[in-house]
Unconditional design. Structure first.
Lengths: 152, 110
C-alpha cells in the first residue's frame, strides 16, 4: 500500500481485514479491483481518524454493508447462483424420478443386507465421482480469467 | 434509454469534471452532495466495471499532476458524456413537470 507520497506505508488493521474479506468476492472481480478497493478503505479510514469514534463506527458499518452487497451482486453477475439453482433443481428432479421408479417397481429380488452394502458402495462411489467432476469443472472455470489475462 | 441508477449518475457526474481514481470519485460525490451520499468501494468499482463494459468510462493514465501515479484513473468517454447529458435532460423535464404541478416550487417573495 502506498500513500500520496508514493512510499510504502503500513496498512491499518481495518484495511487488512477488509482486504481479507474481499476473498468472498468472485476471483475475477477481486483480481481486478481488490488492490484499489483496499487502498481506498485505508485512505478513508485515515481521513476519518480525526472525526472521532462515532464517525469511524459509521464508516465501518457503511463499508461492511457495501461489501456484503458487493459480494452478492458480483456473484450474481457471474451467473453461478443460477447455474447452482438449475443444478440443484435437476438433482432434485432426478432423485425424485429415481425414487418414484424404485417405489413403483420394487427390486425383483428382496434386498438383502449384502445388496444394501452394494448400494451404499455404489452411492459412495457416485458421490466421490461427482466431487471429482465438480472440482475439475470449478478449477477450469476459475482458472479461465487468469489464462485469458496471461494471453493478453 | 432507461433512467440511470443513482450510483451510475453520481459516478458519471464526478468524472465529468475530469479524470479521477476510485477514492477521488468517492470524495467528489461527497462534495457534490454535501456529504449526503457516500458510495462504498464495492459500489464504486462494481459500477465502474459495468460502465467500462458498456464503454461509458475508460481507464486512463491519469492527469499529469497525479500525486500517486500508481493509482488507476478513470475518465468519461464520448458515449458516457452523451448518456449523462441525456439523463440530465430527462431530469430537467421531470423537474419542469413537477414545478408545473407546484411541487417543489420556490416560494414567491412578497
Amino acid at each position: 500500500m502506498t500513500g500520496h507520497t508514493g512510499r510504502p506505508r503500513p496498512r491499518g488493521i481495518g484495511a487488512r481485514v477488509y482486504g481479507a474479506a474481499l476473498f468472498l468476492c468472485p476471483p475475477a472481480f477481486r483480481r481486478e479491483f481488490s488492490t484499489e478497493m483496499t487502498r481506498d478503505v485505508d485512505d478513508a479510514a485515515e481521513d476519518m481518524r480525526s472525526g472521532g469514534g462515532a464517525a469511524a463506527l459509521l464508516l465501518w458499518i457503511g463499508i461492511a454493508a457495501d461489501l456484503a452487497a458487493t459480494v452478492v451482486v458480483q456473484w450474481l453477475r457471474t451467473g453461478w447462483p443460477v447455474l447452482a439453482a438449475f443444478s440443484l433443481a435437476g438433482a432434485i428432479a432426478a432423485t425424485r424420478v429415481a425414487a418414484n421408479m424404485l417405489l413403483h417397481e420394487p427390486l425383483p429380488v428382496p434386498a438383502s443386507a449384502h445388496d444394501r452394502d452394494l448400494m451404499t458402495l455404489l452411492l459412495l462411489t457416485g458421490t466421490v465421482l461427482l466431487v471429482i467432476v465438480a472440482t475439475i469443472v470449478f478449477t477450469f472455470w476459475f482458472a479461465r480469467p487468469v489464462a485469458r489475462r496471461r494471453r493478453r | 434509454m432507461p433512467a440511470l441508477t443513482p450510483a451510475v449518475l453520481h459516478i458519471l457526474l464526478a468524472l465529468a469534471g475530469g479524470e479521477l481514481h476510485g477514492y477521488g470519485i468517492l470524495k467528489e460525490v461527497m462534495r457534490h452532495t454535501d456529504g449526503a451520499v457516500r458510495l462504498g468501494p464495492g459500489t464504486i468499482y462494481g459500477t465502474l466495471q459495468r460502465l467500462m463494459e458498456s464503454g461509458w468510462v475508460e481507464e486512463s493514465d491519469g492527469p499529469a499532476t497525479a500525486v500517486d501515479e500508481r493509482r488507476r484513473h478513470y475518465r468519461l468517454t464520448r458515449s458516457g458524456r452523451q448518456a449523462l447529458e441525456a439523463e440530465v435532460r430527462r431530469m430537467e423535464g421531470l423537474v419542469r413537470t413537477a414545478r408545473a404541478q407546484r411541487i417543489g416550487a420556490r416560494p414567491s417573495r412578497g
